[in-house]
Ligand binder design. Sequence first.
Ligand code: ADP
Ligand code: MG
Length: 679
Amino acid sequence: MQLNDKVTLLKGIGPKKSEALEKLNINTLEDLIFFLPRDYEDRRNQIKIHDIKDDAAVVVKAEVKLIVNDRYKYGRKQLLKLLVSDDTGMIEVVFFNARYLQNTFKIGESYIFYGKAKENFGKIQLIHPDFSKGSEENGGILPVYPLTKGITQREMRSWQDKVRNLYSKVEDFLGEDFIKSNRLCSLEYALNNIHFPQEKQKLLEAKYRLIFDELLVLQVGLFAARKNIKEEENGIAFSCKADISKYINSMPYTLTGAQKRCIKEIEKDLECGKVMNRLVQGDVGSGKTAVAEIAMYKAVKSGYQAVLMAPTEILARQHFESISRAFKYHGIEVGFLTGSMKAADKRATLEKIKEGSFQIIIGTHAVIQPDVEFKRLGLVITDEQHRFGVRQRVKLKEKGRNPNVLVMTATPIPRTLSVVLYGDLDVSVIDELPPGRQKISTRSIGYEKRDNCYDFVEKQLADGRQAYVVTPLIEESDVMDLRSAHKVAEELSKRFKEYNVALIHGAMRQEDKDRIMEEFYHGLIDVLVATVVIEVGINVPNSTVIVVENAERFGLAQLHQLRGRVGRGPHKSYCFLIFEGDSEIARKRGEIMEASSDGFFIAEEDLKLRGPGEIFGTRQHGLPDLNISDLSRHLKIMEHAKKEAKVILEKDPVLESDENKGLKRKITKLFGENLTLDL
Ligand code: ADP
Ligand code: MG
């Protein structure tokens, strides 16, 4: 057997099984070896039959006394019943419809059964337990693989057993010295103990090694993509003489303490000559834009261009309008760039960016397209960072020579993920809202109160205020029983005859979206029915109510963002979350939203409710899928890997030495088409 042999070489793997394995990306024996367990079942703590309690997960070793092959009275299901005993008592083991087990058990033989005990009519039963022959295995720690339909754990375990003798042929891509100095175990040892753990300690060593490997590959790959190893030292130093107080004094409000602190931190970074890599975290409405403006002013006054990229066209436009107004006063020209511009306008804009007459550029993804050239880019800002992937940020950065980077987000990012995403990222937190903000009164209601809710909305409209109504879908769906934006807009235009109701959604033409937002901003539209296109950043201070239909369809962080659309002016504001159905998670979300207006707290609760995988999936950040490591948990190993990644690249920047061949291959494999690596 060779590592690159096809799995079909193994007994028991025919066309059907190999097709199922292919779905798991397992084609060769080597793939099989690197298909790692997701969990383990500890079967070492066997108990005696008389100690079995109802509902407990148990491991018992027992002898088969009697085998009963039965049929259900009704239907054609096969029933296999075993009476098994040890020296303390007897229980029943039951398998339904298990023809394939017919000849498996023999009277007088011992087996280890692993399963959940159920008490039925005073008798303890194990229903469909896992089992193994008592003599074969004394119930060690068993691997549980992330399988797909058509393959059982039992089969996978037996295949893994068959390729065990190939471990010694797997080349360790890390050198012996490296392994030693990093106190890692060998790859062979790791594979042995990850698939066939003997004891916890060895399993932990094995896990550490394999997680480390994966994170090392990830880190070296990302560093290479960013090319920021060598460049870290020499960035662009902004001038100490560029006095930001001129700009600050021209602002219509006084900065909060948190904003001031954050700006101080940024200014220090900008003047020090090393590349700034800073994340500004601040809750919805905490005033991150003001901080960005001041940083851009600093760039311009130091003779550089600054660019601000926003995730949606609506948000980009809104930033452009308020920011260009503010900068006009200081004689600074601001350009606007989006994908939907007319060709002639775009050409003119690109020209002005290139020759430097636009000192500040605001736009969408259009700013990272190849046709955009800057004259002297010194500062790159991304707003609502969580909406962008690694690749987009890298592209933006490449538009200049080591520009300073500022990223802004309302979503707290776990430390591990930020280490991966940004390398050495410094974090500033704006933990204070501008004064005079009132708490948004939040009610989570059921469908039966929906009518009352819109009565309330009508009162607000009568007072001259405006409202948002958010729905999860645009069109009716056959599959889901949800109210669509179209339907709601229609219904509300009938209901609010004296008011203007408009609809906005992501699939509309840009001009139409712009026009509608413009009209809403100027009060020509009273009720804006929207999909989540309004989720991030939009600022219309006169709107005081937001109604979220089918709120059960939204995550907590999203609901919090949506709620942040109101409460932006002097008026008391309201948020209604209409929950339908009776999901437990939805109910909890409603409670949390009613109780808290703290985005960080809400994000934490969201994490608890949904688990890290769903929120911080690597895909949405443009990272490759990881096999064994978990970015929300393995911070320590991550930092270790990162340190070593740097050492490796400092010695061998493009990984050309023989020693790093294996590593290079692993990187290409992990990233695939995902990133262009300059190795
Ligand atoms: P976010 O952090 O969500 O991006 P914005 O930058 O959009 O918040 O700011 C929200 C609103 O608060 C804007 O209308 C802005 O003008 C206002 N604002 C920002 N800073 C202050 C401040 N220090 N005092 C009063 N209002 C402020
Ligand atoms: Mg914002």
